[in-house]
Design a protein around this ligand. Structure first.
Ligand code: ACM
Ligand code: ZN
Length: 768
């Protein structure tokens, strides 16, 4: 190459660099949550064999120990002995929002500077993510300036339904810190177990922390067997054999609690203990008298029988328990729960009736509000702020309480709380429940959620202090299952709470996730592999893999390519209905499909662990013939409304009929509400011989039948969900039936999908 040409090339490269600098350089930083501002430069820093941690304030000493142990786990020696690559922790005097930090990586050292301890913790998380998990140990030089959007970035763990040990909780706190989550909401008591030692009431844990296997335990064990999934087994370490009795459980002593509190504090995490009352209190009432309305406690119509707010002894019990809680947790917030209270007993109980009479309370809703108000006064007198689930907005709302909005269907709770001057934490179950399946509450759905609804008045927005995910553990008996449910969703939660909406990008985020799964793996943290993707008719369409569909249809043989986007994992499949095992056929090259085939597919990670099994039918058949005898006389569909409270489509037609309607598309006719079943009948008129793709969206369940065969199965109780299915249809009319059911407010629609675009089917296409 001549000098001249090299000069021209250099010049073109420089221009290209200037033009692309901002975007390309940002993308090199695979930090989650996405930092506010991150700039890399051309240099590198190669870490020496050991890291020399220094700090400018003794406050940071415990943090330096945490950093050293985290690096140690990655195989990197770190200490406060000089010599290795410097990692400087610097508390500074600048005025920046809480949690802000700056990280500077130059060719010789790393410096994390922040005006607060919490900020340094966040900077440490960034560095722990940036150090490569392989042996290269080389970082790009960079400057990152970062500030969280929300001050409440929470995760709730239910240790009552299934118990998690101190070590398991500490490990979770490490993962939270790695993703800059700063509020650990610890659900410590419930009907199924009491997990925290209360000195004044020892039976709460002596007896209440242990149980014989309940229905959830037995079902978990059954599922472990039928799904070939050891994560669902009850860990033997949590069993206690008492003669012929096997008891399950465990609890935290007050020393354990103090240990976890110290551990969390080092990682900049506040703990919010929840002692759920007045409902969800069976374990307490089973062990102490004088706190229930009647002697026979147990399950009511929907929930368990609650505490009796009419009795002074109940208030004394509650205050005594909280007094010990206040001593143990040195934070501003304590959670009272107050969700799902079945109040029938209160109507019949003489003590409750007297309480209502004496306080001028007109109904049991007001009695619940009175009880929460009494407790709030006690919290207040002890310098604590009360948090309650959004049921506390159902009647008069205590003025200073913070509301955790979980009932997706009760959006009004947020508006009521905000306009009343209360703070709100956003965690609606449709999006933020990590115990819900990830096929419905998907990573993308969570990532794309907006915490502040755009309709919220500007001057009320500051009262939305953040969001949190809730992990209820009825169906999560083990640490392994826990991570399967929360990772990688915890990453989406983190970016959602931290990064400004204008700084969110789904494509960039999903790419980052594929780089973070090995990071979790290097720390021994399990996770759910990313969903299987596929290229259907691979020979003809050598395109980007798309989300796997439940059904495909082709008129002649094709090749299917199944892909796992998770690094180091393998898709394995069977075609005989059995659950794929680690020795089943690997889908590492295109699969030839010459006849209709039902695939069962499952991802196995590098360590041989299998995920859940997913089904996909590939139909190879000529176009289904049109019904040439059909003589429709008009347009639209007939919709028959049944009074139906069931939870699958197959029972709808046997239920009593409430009315018949004519509709122009698949939708709920006006006035149809309650527990409903709908059966739509019509002919679909298709314009040509073709494979048609249908998208059936519903909340709850639905099914699409065409020419007498099930084409889309979206059955069962669930939140809004779209399922697609394909069918090859000859030009002309085809009889169609759509079944749909819902309980108290849902949605249903049917679209055609063409080139990725969905169009609702209406107008001339429906003939009846
Ligand atoms: C809740 O899910 N009952 C808060
Ligand atoms: Zn009572």
């Amino acid at each position: 190459m001549t000098t001249n040409i090299r000069g021209i090339v250099a010049c073109i490269s420089a221009i290209a660099l200037i033009v692309s600098c901002d975007r390309t350089k940002r993308r090199e930083i695979a930090v989650i949550p996405e930092p506010l501002s991150a700039r890399t430069s051309d240099g590198t820093l190669t870490l020496k064999d050991n890291i020399y941690i220094s700090f400018n304030d003794t406050l940071l000493k415990p943090l330096s120990e945490y950093v050293a142990s985290s690096l140690g786990r990655m195989g990197i020696d770190a200490s406060t002995e000089s010599g290795g690559t410097p990692l400087n922790l610097r508390l500074t005097a600048s005025h920046r929002p809480e949690g802000s930090y700056t990280v500077e990586i130059n060719s010789k050292s790393i410096t994390i500077a922040a005006p607060s301890y919490e900020g340094i913790v966040n900077g440490v998380a960034t560095i722990l993510q940036m150090i490569p998990t392989d042996s290269s140990r080389t970082l790009r030089t960079a400057v990152i300036n970062d500030t969280p959007r929300m001050r409440w970035r929470g995760l709730m763990l239910d240790c009552a339904r299934h118990f998690f040990t101190v070590e398991e909780v500490e490990e979770l706190l490490d993962v939270m810190a790695l993703y800059k989550l700063n509020k650990f909401h610890w659900h410590l008591t419930d009907d199924q177990g009491w997990r925290i030692e209360i000195k004044r009431y020892p039976l709460l844990t002596k007896r209440g922390a242990w149980r014989r296997f309940n229905g959830h335990d037995r079902e978990c064990m059954r599922l472990a067997r039928v799904q070939d999934n050891d994560d669902l087994l009850i860990p033997e370490s949590k069993l206690r054999i008492n003669g012929t009795d096997t008891l399950y459980g465990g609890f935290y002593t007050q020393d354990d609690i103090r240990r976890v509190v110290r551990y969390a504090a080092v990682r900049g995490i506040d703990i919010i203990p929840e002692i759920d009352m007045p409902g969800h209190m069976l374990t307490a009432m089973e062990n102490y008298k004088g706190i229930s309305c009647f002697d026979n406690i147990g399950w009511g119509e929907t929930f368990s029988s609650p505490l009796c707010p009419g009795k002074e002894s109940t208030l004394e019990f509650a205050r005594n328990v909280y007094a010990e809680i206040f001593d143990l947790f040195p934070y501003e917030y304590v959670h009272i729960g107050a969700d799902e209270v079945e109040k029938n007993n209160w109507e019949r109980c003489p003590d409750c009736r007297r309480r209502m009479r004496e306080n001028g309370l007109e109904n049991t809703e007001q009695l619940q509000a009175w009880f929460v108000g009494e407790m709030e006064e006690f919290f207040d007198a002890n310098g604590k702020k009360l948090i309650g689930w959004d049921e506390i907005t159902d009647d008069e709302l205590p003025g200073r309480a913070t509301v955790a909005w979980w009932r997706s269907w009760a959006r009004n709770a947020v508006n009521k709380a905000l306009s009343n001057g209360n703070d709100v934490i956003i965690c609606p179950n449709e999006v933020f429940y990590f115990d819900y399946g990830q096929n419905e509450t998907t990573l993308k759905k969570l990532y794309e959620y907006e915490i502040i609804d755009p309709s919220t008045e500007l001057d009320l927005r500051d009262r939305i202090i953040g969001a949190q995910a809730n992990t209820w553990c009825e169906w999560i008996p083990s640490r392994e299952r826990l991570y399967y449910m929360i990772a990688p969703r915890i990453m989406a939660l983190s970016e959602l709470c931290w990064s400004d909406p204008s700084n969110k990008d789904w494509k960039r985020f999903s790419h980052k996730v594929t780089r973070h799964l090995p990071l979790l793996e290097s720390r021994g943290i399990p996770y759910r592999p990313l969903d299987i993707t596929a290229v259907a008719d691979y020979g003809a369409h050598n395109t980007e893999p798309q989300p796997l569909q439940a059904s495909y249809a082709y008129t002649s043989p094709i090749d299917m390519l199944f892909v796992s986007p998770t690094p180091g994992s393998t898709v394995r499949y069977t075609v005989d209905g059995t659950t794929p095992s680690v020795t089943s056929q690997a889908a590492d090259s295109p699969v030839k499909v010459t006849e209709t085939t039902d695939f069962s597919l499952r991802i196995f990670t590098a360590n041989g662990k299998g995920g859940e099994t997913v089904a996909s039918r590939v139909t190879i058949a000529p176009c289904s013939p049109a019904d040439t005898d059909a003589r429709p006389t008009g347009l639209g569909l007939e919709a028959v409304w049944h009074d139906y409270a069931g939870d699958i489509c197959s029972g709808i037609e046997e239920a009593p009929v409430r009315g018949t309607f004519k509709t122009s598309k698949v939708t709920i006719p006006p006035g149809v509400k309650g527990n409903i079943g709908l059966v739509f009948t019509s002919y679909i008129d298709v314009p040509r011989d073709h494979v048609y793709t249908f998208a059936l969206n519903s909340d709850d369940g639905s099914q699409l039948w065409i020419d007498g065969s099930l084409t889309v199965d979206n059955d069962g109780e669930h939140a809004p969900r779209t399922v697609t299915g394909q069918k090859a249809l000859a030009k002309g009319l085809h009889p169609v039936k759509i079944y749909y059911f819902d309980h108290n407010g849902g949605t249903v629609s049917l679209s055609l999908v063409e080139n990725g675009h969905e169009t609702i089917i209406d107008g001339e296409m429906w003939k009846m």
